[in-house]
Design a binder for this molecule. Structure first.
Ligand SMILES: [Zn+2]
Ligand SMILES: [Zn+2]
Length: 275
């Protein structure tokens, strides 16, 4: 993919887009998110204690859903729009553009810059979940949303750890166990033209979405409907057109299971000689 002539935006201009107004917006988002999550936890805690298995399955489903949604948001922010858009462009799209130009920049972000965006994204869902009525199905949805929002809150932190040379030891243990985004797995996304493996919470859904051509199919449908070129702003029109017109990359082969041709006779146990 080195012949694509990718033209990223200017790194310094992208950094200057992080204005004091954006920072105030992030701080407000974090405070509001913390308050709503405490409210939601207070709402669901009694039922979690009385129905622990139901709660556990809802929490697990929320975690997987967060991975999938992290991919959807990342794909949208990588692929469409420009940092010039008001509010969303500066607050949400700019960091993704910057991340492809300088993938280590995220490791220099403090807590506010790392987590402000995702707090803002999760606010409507967490507020909606706290307002749900009583009932088993509503509780399941509320508990799932709690876990979803908590995992989305962790996503940028997990992403940051995946780019750090020396993340905290507990983060390394979780990465090795594939319970948060492992660095080697995420490196697949950072190979130009940055068009696969978008999920950045834990990465469990990446391979399935890639094999299903999930984002590629969405891109083709959106281009057919609107005429927009995916990732034009991120890598430049020329490279974006080449990528958009490329056939899908071949899928890596799954490991083959080779069965021995001469299967031992089941009845004749003497075929297997004890050592
Ligand atoms: Zn990306
Ligand atoms: Zn990254």
């Amino acid at each position: 993919m080195s012949d694509l002539q990718i033209r990223h935006r200017d790194r310094h201009a992208l950094r200057e887009g992080y204005s004091p107004a954006v920072r105030r917006f992030e701080i407000a988002s974090i405070l509001a998110f913390a308050a709503v999550m405490v409210w939601l936890l207070v709402e669901i805690a009694p039922r979690m204690a009385s129905s622990p298995f139901l709660a556990l399955s809802a929490l697990m489903l929320g975690f997987v859903a967060a991975d999938f949604l992290s991919g959807c948001v990342h794909w949208m922010a990588d692929t469409w729009g420009t940092p010039e858009w008001p509010l969303i462009g500066k607050a949400l799209l700019r960091p993704f553009r910057e991340h492809h130009v300088d993938e280590k920049e995220i490791t220099r972000h403090d807590f506010v810059e790392t987590n402000g965006n995702n707090c803002f994204i999760s606010l409507p869902a967490a507020t909606g979940a706290a307002l749900l009525p009583d009932g088993t199905a509503w509780f399941f949805l509320a508990a799932m949303t709690f876990s979803l929002c908590l995992a989305i809150f962790g996503t940028n932190q997990f992403h940051k750890w995946a780019h750090m040379e020396e993340p905290p030891r507990y983060a390394r243990v979780l990465q090795k166990a594939s319970l948060i985004l492992p660095p080697e797995h995420h490196a697949v996304h950072h190979a130009a033209p940055y068009a696969k493996y978008y999920c950045i919470t834990v990465g469990w859904t990446n391979e399935a979405l890639f094999r299903l051509r999930f984002f590629q199919t969405l891109e083709r449908a959106i281009t057919a409907l609107t005429g927009l070129i995916p990732r034009e702003d991120d890598i430049g029109k020329k490279a974006a057109l080449v990528v958009a017109q490329q056939p899908p990359p071949p899928l890596p082969e799954l490991p083959r299971i080779v069965l021995p041709i001469d299967l031992p006779d089941v009845r004749g146990r003497s075929a297997v000689k004890p050592e």
